[in-house]
Ligand binder design. Structure first.
Ligand code: PLP
Ligand code: COI
Length: 361
């Protein structure tokens, strides 16, 4: 498969330096977008074509666009960080590219070559480099590559045309509380994904499926929902947009990839970072009863959630039908904070990148 050359059509009206600086001073999450975007088309029989870096602008959608009806759409999330010397690097874009291919396979969509995915992200970050927040804080430039069926028609089948797009958004803390622990509602009836379903693909439908339980969690005074497996309603899987880790003293354990949870790149990175720091790390099965019992007897010392947008966020309070408990006294745990700092240091270019994860631009 050939990688199309990305043709540059720069924005005639980028935001002024002062407007951009005002946004970067308080970016929030997913509220502001940079001046450009990359678009690449795919057509049956022709493959990938018309790769362009164009001004950020609305897309025109036909009411009978197949995605609006049958949800053939996938996305990714990765970040670009500013280093102390002012240069910029992205974190493991190859891993996002491969997961994007896996999501595409699951939804019967064409696979974008890994090098095209990375080239598209690189082109956008290079063009809008001024939008990468300054080194020093936790801010970064969040990249959102996505692809959807662009064919018009109501027949239920894989589309013959797709549009791949990359947009970018400066990002501060995903949770306004920063490293303040979040509260979790353990959903014992609503599930996010089922065996054989799409839980391990990064597709919009999984997020739509999570929203009602998320609203119910909010009614119960919780920030996030933790989903259990759909068969026994017993095994802890993940949150709506983050994986989970359980800290047993100096061992960290994350739920195994059963097929119904997303293979997070932060999750995968932490298995290695933990070992580098001298902790043990493993994948395993953790039941809701074990979560409660191990917290009560003090063996489960900390719990945290992790993902690109949320980085590493401690879990404070947990609520379920059987009751409520507090994790590590409702404070961020020591291991959680150590892992968080180490991962962020690698990403910000101040710690040794011994695994070769950073992709310099
Ligand atoms: N699980 C879900 C459902 C997610 O949406 C995300 C976010 O991307 C994650 C886990 C964490 O994945 P990653 O670390 O690759 O961002
Ligand atoms: C991410 O962390 O990149 C996510 O996709 C989570 C959420 C914003 C959907």
């Amino acid at each position: 498969m050939t990688t199309p050359t990305i043709e540059l059509k720069p924005s005639a009206q980028p935001l002024s330096d002062s407007e951009r600086e005002a946004i970067l001073a308080e970016p929030g999450f997913g509220r502001h977008f940079t001046d450009h975007m990359v678009t690449i088309r795919w057509t049956e029989g022709r493959g990938w074509h018309d790769a362009e870096l164009v001004p950020y602008a609305p897309l025109s959608i036909d009411p009978a666009n197949m995605t609006l009806h049958y949800a053939q759409t996938i996305f990714e999330g990765l970040k670009a960080y500013r280093r102390p010397d002012g240069t910029v690097a992205t974190f493991r874009p190859d891993a996002n590219a491969r997961r994007f291919q896996a999501s595409a396979r699951r939804l019967a969509m064409p696979e974008l070559p890994v090098e095209t995915f990375i080239a598209a992200c690189d082109a956008l970050v290079k063009q809008d480099k001024a939008w990468v927040p300054a080194h020093g804080g936790e801010e970064s430039l969040y990249l959102r590559p996505f692809m959807f069926a662009s064919e018009v028609g109501l027949g239920v089948r894989p589309a013959n045309e797709y549009l791949f797009v990359v947009i970018a958004s400066p990002a501060g803390a995903y949770f306004p509380g920063g490293v303040k622990p979040v509260s979790i509602w353990l959903s014992e009836d609503r599930v996010r994904a089922v065996p054989g379903g799409m839980g391990d693909a990064k597709t919009g439908g999984n997020y739509a499926a999570s929203l009602l339980a998320q609203a119910e969690a909010a009614e119960k005074g919780c920030d996030q929902v933790a989903y259990l497996d759909a068969v026994e309603h017993k095994w802890v899987e993940e949150l709506g947009g983050m994986n989970l880790y359980f800290v047993y003293g100096d061992k960290i354990v994350t739920p195994s990839l059963t097929g119904s949870l997303l293979a997070g790149i932060t999750r995968d990175s932490l298995l290695s970072v933990a070992r580098d720091l001298g902790y043990e790390s493993a994948e395993g099965r953790i039941s809701i009863d074990q979560w409660q019992a191990d917290t009560a007897d003090g063996t489960l010392t900390e719990v945290f959630a992790c993902g690109t947008a949320a980085v590493i966020t401690p879990v404070g309070t947990v609520k379920c039908n059987a009751g409520e408990w507090t994790q590590s006294g409702g404070q961020p745990g020591e291991v959680t904070l150590k892992l968080r700092e180490t991962l962020l240091d690698i990403q910000r270019g101040v710690a040794d990148d011994k695994h070769g994860w950073m992709h310099n631009l």
